[in-house]
Design a protein around this ligand. Structure first.
Ligand code: NAD
Length: 295
């Protein structure tokens, strides 16, 4: 496999493009927004510079990685030669179903179609194509160039051959793939999101403040990052849609999103990507509790 198309140049898409390109794959990075593509490339460049500063890669590794990435706003042109497409567009069912319908028509019949979705059913996505055995979940973790796990999700019809190919490809990327079955939230988010939601509920109930909740989990449970800060990094909109998928998928109130999370997303406070969430990420990067205004 040589040509990989990545759809979406946001938080995850640029990390996925970076990771493949650094391992010598030709990456076609596709987004509907030119601004997202520019921002994605700027993030990749910044992250490569950080790796140079830490002496993990050389200047020539950086230029080779960047030379392996080309960008497209036209999906048809972007996927023309792709042997694998990794979709990392916004977490929205209708949007993803439309993208996969389009991919089914545009891609060669040998092309494997993967989704980086955090929670949407791979079986449902596969059902809009006429190649459900070639559709699989490739759930990278944020930040992609650093995190070792890739959760590989087998849809109901995903073939053994496609699963083995994607497991081996993930190892080529230097990752540790773990195979799981297709149920809402898979494994990672089924366990993580209720913890994040409960942390928001704890804040909403006034039990403790943002810094206190995160400190309890960091120092008491040896988590490298508190759950509220982690939610900011994931994106509060992403957290909300994952919880909604699990709430609807299991018909279980334990997954109902906390009203504070719903309010913050409606107010455009999405975490790091919008500059503000439970913490303030504006220029001076004050880590202060800004969520009180929503209580
Ligand atoms: N953020 C995380 O920590 C994380 C972790 C694992 C998986 N994911 C999953 O990865 C996917 C992307 O999440 P993100 O956090 O990178 O989102 P994001 O909002 O940062 O980026 C989404 C990008 O998709 C683009 N887009 C929207 N519609 C498109 C279309 N039709 N064609 C091409 N591009 C389109 C947007 O312009 C945007 O640049 C989601 O499915 C999410 O659930 C996110």
């Amino acid at each position: 496999m040589k040509n990989i198309a990545v759809i979406g140049a946001g938080t995850m898409g640029n990390g996925i493009a970076h990771t493949f390109a650094q391992k010598g794959f030709k990456v076609q990075l596709i987004d509907i927004s030119q601004q997202s593509l520019d921002k994605g490339l700027a993030t990749i460049t910044k992250n490569l510079d950080r790796m140079i500063a830490k002496e993990k890669i050389s200047e020539s590794d950086k230029s080779e990685t960047l030379a392996n990435i080309s960008t497209f706003t036209n999906i048809k042109e972007g996927v023309e030669y792709a042997e694998l497409v990794v979709e990392a567009a916004t977490e929205n069912v209708d949007l993803k179903l439309n993208i996969f319908k389009e991919l089914n028509n545009l891609c060669s019949e040998d092309t494997i179609l993967a989704s980086n979705t955090s929670s949407i059913s791979i079986t449902q996505i596969a059902a809009v194509t006429n190649r459900p055995e070639m559709v699989i979940g490739m759930h990278f973790m944020n930040p992609v160039p650093i995190m070792k796990l890739v959760e590989i999700i087998r849809g109901y019809n995903t073939s053994d051959e496609v699963t083995n190919t994607i497991m081996e490809l993930s190892k080529t990327l230097g990752k540790n793939p773990v195979e799981v079955n297709d149920y809402p939230g898979f494994v990672a988010n089924r366990i993580l999101m209720p913890m994040i939601n409960e942390s928001i509920e704890t804040l909403y109930n006034g039990v403790a403040g943002v810094a206190e909740i995160d400190t309890v989990m960091k120092l008491g449970m040896a988590h490298p990052m508190g759950p509220l800060q982690l939610a900011d990094f994931i994106g509060l909109d992403v957290c909300l849609s994952i919880l909604n998928v699990m709430y609807e998928g299991f018909k279980n109130p334990k997954y109902a999103p906390c009203p504070l999370l719903v309010n913050m997303v409606m107010a455009g406070k999405l975490g790091v990507k919008s500059g503000e969430g439970f913490y303030d990420y504006s220029e001076n990067r004050k880590a202060e509790n800004v969520s009180k205004q929503f209580l």
